[in-house]
Design a protein. Sequence first.
Length: 134
Amino acid sequence: YEKILKVDPNNKLVEKALEETRKEEAELDIEHAQVLENADKTIEKCNDNIIKVIRALEIDPGNINVLHKLGDVYYDIAQAYGVYADFNTAKSFLILAQHSYEDVLKILPKNQELRNKVVAIQTLINDMPEREDS
């Protein structure tokens, strides 16, 4: 739209379309910020829960309910890191996305879908042209 406006600066239709596009992008940025904030809160809450669960396991190491809770907490952490990874992938922050997916794989090492995402991102990174620093 900006290129068209350079050629035809009085084109009201293009001005309106550009304005709407910018508004949509701003709304998406707000939505993504909220998603990331929720992921941060989830991880913070999970970190607190891990401490509580470990203390409970020190008292009763064989408590199946507590062991299940620990698994649930780690799963929630993996989900939150997945949110980071998906966000970074959507924004083309490929190296950050790769690291986030690798963090999830530490928790869910047998998840083939995650492994496929890491391979796909690594392929994209490898296919990127190298930048020449000036």
